[in-house]
Design a binder for this molecule. Structure first.
Ligand SMILES: *[C@@H]1O[C@H](CO)[C@@H](O)[C@H](O)[C@H]1NC(C)=O
Length: 457
């Protein structure tokens, strides 16, 4: 009964796969040599992949969903994939350097996608970039609507002007990161007052800031600096994105699930700096908090305490830590200033020594994570060959091997012990406790030897 039902389910699954897969597949087009000539009429979202690459295989089902979803929603974006190893000439023309590379191709322009490889993120990217670089807001209602939807949005206010041309130019490049809108002044709510028109304004952090050509430098560098909320929760991915602004990232390492009083205070302090000392620090810092120290530890290959404050320079992989735990606003401001004026000591970096350390660290954490996630598999992967190798080593040279002992330590740390190891430990303990006796015995032996030597003399 149960068996036949299982067979039925299996058959249904197989049939539905056969039925639907050709339909789903056809939504993602396999691209070849001819693509270059035909592509100009459409906006294309293309996955450049290599058949052997693991991340590409992981992306494949998501890519099919992206194709299906964009088609279903009536998007003008066409979805394709290209084997970049088979058409390497064309791939390099599009500037493909790694796999998978996701690009949106719109006429002469090619936009790289660097975000998380999830269906929703990729679709959001495609719709944003495929649409107009600057979207106009015809009514106050629309303005209020987009204000609610976007935590950060750029708005050009005013009529035609050289500034508007510049704005469109910047937008068509930076649309990969964020949204750009334009409106006339009467669309704005009463709470927004602009000292002059035209203006470029960013709405974020519950308020707005106006671009000042003389103070803020080029419009594109200003947009790049302002495209994040000044304070936000940070994870590994956000950190990488924040780094692209070229700013230092100041992070409160906190424990979000069970925050201590100190953890809450640090977070409050760094929020206060972000909000109230914007003029002083906004140009150089992004602020935020990160839950737990796991990610940061693996990044800096060292251990930071929870809670604590760390400042990362993602351009050269250096980081800064306060000498002592920060207790109040004064100390925190002092710490930030000392990083800016170069008096705070920098740790880490991207020198050759750090890179070697990184390789060793990554190898070690890979082994550790295999042990943690599936100890049994790890036993087979590392234990079996290690066992064989150490037996061989033991047999051949009957000498201790450093590698062997290190891996044993690894196993112990992860709670993996086998009987042999335990016996080994017991022996060692016995040897330790029996130390003095052994020594005496040896002493006796020597003493016994000495008389005989004398006799020989
Ligand atoms: C961060 O790194 C960049 C690139 O090496 C460097 O120019 C800058 O001075 C660094 N910032 C600080 C505060 O050390």
């Amino acid at each position: 009964m149960l068996f036949s039902r299982a067979v039925m389910a299996l058959l249904t699954a197989v049939f539905s796969c056969l039925l639907f897969s050709p339909v789903v597949l056809s939504l993602v087009q396999d691209l070849d040599d001819k693509f270059k000539d035909n592509r100009m009429d459409d906006v294309w979202l293309v996955d450049f992949y290599a058949p052997w690459c693991g991340y590409c295989k992981k992306l494949e089902p998501i890519w099919q969903e992206v194709g299906a979803e964009l088609t279903r929603s009536g998007s003008p974006v066409r979805v394709g994939k290209m084997d970049a190893t088979a058409y390497s000439g064309m791939a390099s023309e599009f500037g493909v350097r790694g796999y998978p590379t996701i690009k949106l191709l719109k006429g002469e322009l090619a936009y790289n996608y660097k975000g998380p490889r999830t269906k929703d993120d990729i679709i959001e990217f495609a719709n944003r970039v495929a649409g107009p670089a600057v979207r106009s807001l015809p009514s106050r209602q629309m303005f209020e609507h987009v204000l609610k939807r976007h935590s950060v949005l750029f708005l050009y206010v005013g009529g035609e002007s050289p500034l508007k041309e510049k704005y469109i130019e910047v937008a068509s490049e930076l649309i990969v990161y964020t949204y750009f809108f334009s409106a006339s002044e009467d669309v704005l709510t009463e709470s927004v007052t602009l000292s002059e028109l035209p203006s470029v304004v960013v709405f974020k952090d519950g308020t707005y800031f106006t671009y000042d050509e003389y103070e803020d430098g080029s419009l594109s560098s200003w947009v790049n600096r302002e495209r994040f909320q000044s304070y936000l929760p940070i994870d590994g991915f956000t950190l990488y994105e924040l780094g692209e602004t070229g700013k230092l990232v100041a992070i409160a390492i906190t424990d979000e699930k069970d925050p201590t009083e100190q953890s809450t205070r640090l977070k409050g302090l760094i929020q206060k700096v972000a909000a109230e000392h914007r003029d002083q620090f906004n140009r150089d810092f992004q602020f935020g908090h990160m839950d737990g120290n796991d990610y940061i530890n693996s990044l800096i290959m060292s251990e930071v305490s929870v809670p604590s404050i760390i400042i990362l320079n993602t351009s050269n992989e250096q980081y800064f830590l306060p000498d002592e735990p920060l207790e109040n606003l004064q100390q925190m401001l002092q710490f930030f200033n000392s990083v800016l004026d170069g008096s705070a000591p920098a740790y880490g970096g991207d020198g050759i020594f750090q890179r070697i350390k990184r390789v060793a660290f990554d190898a070690r954490s890979t082994i550790m994570s295999v042990f943690r996630s599936s100890p049994l598999l790890a036993c087979f992967l590392f234990g079996l060959p290690l066992g064989v190798i150490s037996l061989m080593c033991y047999g051949i040279c009957t000498a201790e091997s450093d590698d062997g002992t290190e891996d044993m330590e690894l196993m112990k740390r992860d709670g993996f012990t086998d009987e042999e190891e335990e016996e080994g430990e017991e022996e060692e303990q016995q040897r330790l406790t029996a130390g003095p006796e052994n020594a005496e015995e040896e002493g006796e032996k020597i003493q016994q030897k000495n008389p005989s030597e004398k006799k020989v003399d």
